[in-house]
Design a protein around this ligand. Sequence first.
Ligand code: GLC
Length: 742
Amino acid sequence: MRHLNVLNLVLLLTLPLCAQKPVYLDETKGIEERIDDALKRMTLSEKIGVIHAQSKFSSAGVKRLGMPDFWTDDGPHGVRPDVLWDEWVQAGQTNDSCVAFPALTCLAATWNPSMSALYGHALGEEALYRGKDMILGPGINIYRTPLGGRNFEYMGEDPYLTSRMVVPYIQSMQELGVASCVKHYCLNNDEEYRHNVNVIVSDRALREIYLPGFEAAVKEGKAWGLMGAYNIYKDEHNCHNSITLKKILKEEWDFDGVVVSDWGGAHDMDQAVKNGLDMEFGTWTDGLALNASNAYDNYHLSKSYQKAIEQGRYSTKELDDKVRRVLRLFFRTTMNKQRPYGFLCSEEHYATARKVASEGIVLLQNEGGVLPLKPQGKKILVVGENAIKMMTVGGGSSSLKAQHEISPLDGLKQRLAGISEIDYARGYVGDVTGNYDGVTTGQNLKDDRKPEQLVEEAVEKAKAADYVIIFGGLNKSDYQDCEGHDRKAMELPYGQDELIKSVAAVNSNTVYVNISGNAVCMPWRKQVPAIVQGWFLGSEAGTALASVLVGDTNPSGRLPFTWYNNLDEVGAHSFGEAAFPGIWRDGKKDIIDEEYKEGIYVGYRWTDKQKIKPLFAFGHGLGYTTFKVSNLRTENPVTTDGNMTYYVDVTNTGDMEGSDVVQLYLTDVESSVDRPAKELKAFAKVSLKPGDTKTIVLKTDKRALSFWDEGTNDWKAEPGEFVAHVGDASDRLTCKVKFTFK
Ligand code: GLC
């Protein structure tokens, strides 16, 4: 009996110890404490195991310590369907169809950060349901040229708009315990030679134009992941670059997350070890692994790195920093027991897709008030391949397997059933394929008729229609809006200009809806009364477009980039091929030097400087009502700390409820360096009923007054006079106020 008591006593005393969780598993402890504990427990092999891929889209956890594998997936607009472990082809799952959200250019065109929050939340829930711990997005490279193949994935030409729109997307996704991986850091502004291009750019342009979106994503968004870009900067690949990753990102911006390589973006072990890369994905290891299967041991940060440490070539200093960051990512995601379950294809997600799409559509022109349609009893002819072609498949890694995609034609048919008679004419044949990595649209768009026959059919039908709505633009095939290539010209492809001109000549109620992620030339603009920018709108494309065209939605989108008349108006195309696409170094097809000779003068900054009147200005967009922006005033005409508060009244002077986007641009009247005529530094979207007026408060700080001083390598706001211009487009600034910074 006595022995039993002793045993009980021993058990009683040691129970708390046995029951005591190891620190790294104890969620009551802080993450940094858990990291310290886990790091101590990991073997060298386990440390190496977590810093490189083990499959196309996953990396190893630490099974011995109960840390699960880590799963990533594309992309910025929706969760990519699963591919096989080590193949780019479809895994053939039946539970990975998703909601295709609008492309990020559309999100930016809403000029509404609350839309970004909705977006990141919905995408994060879809990722959670699909078991993805990190989404490889958002993409926020700056729109430097309208030929950029992946501009549709990004947020336009302006660093401030991009900065405001990227932060809520990241925050709302990461609140769910899903990491964002902001990409492609940095200077990946075109596609054709993305693996070879060495970008030469001034420090001012780098800091003032190309980095602010990433800086905001890190400093305000607190992004947990960031993807290095393929291209080269100062002769180091951006997936392991001592300046962009170590000096700027990790030291200056204090980034505590993980730098992930783009797939195949790592090229050198020593640089991968020392220059800021933390997780290596998709590497071909200089051909050692090209087409080899399961070649993950060949990766630069795999066995060769482990061997180099074992041989004393490296301490574990760099390795431990990488592993700390990966463990931090684990504790924020896979090891975070507070994560919810997520949802896939919920009605809430479709509602988000519709809301962002409807709010991002831009009414570019509406002569004679052709829009909104008065459809009752009318004959409406719909024309164009983009009225029927699925756009969620293709475009590169952002391609999706959407649960459904409502085409513009179907959207109009659904909305106007029993109201209008809707007919269709193909108009042109563009890209009849429809597959990516084994996901197919299932559409048969084959049409062997000659172009002139297609135009003739459309023209004949147009003569008898009350309205003609042409859906044209680009698509997601190569050399259109697609990863891996840039467009070869700014003009519309497939003979669309001829089609549009011919149809508009016989019907005065012609509406052209451009589906694209880029600006296109519009030589027929004066012949077409109404023009709409329709973006790649995802699953609910047709619903959103119909809603705007019939007036259920009052369009409130604003252009996130300048819509040039032609390439001659673009800074990137004004300095010869050295500026775009670059010149091969030493005549070899190895490195192509591309010099951003336009410097900080990108987009409206360029057209202002050159006194160019673009077709449609940055920030432009019309609605079915009108607004007045007036009575701009400030609290203080002098600021010593650089902070300014502005008040401006917005009135809905029309007869329909709608939203306007108040935009504030600053001018530095006198400065020691050349500065743009104006720069966007604040904006706010406001919804108003007819006749209502609201006073909007806008704020700017000292950074908004500053330029990057290449002498001191820091931001500098020079004392002197500034002017704030306020309106609802960069070419519709109706108020201004001066103030002095002392
Ligand atoms: C691609 C893209 C990147 C994508 C990755 C994985 O090459 O550049 O955006 O996330 O590889 O598919």
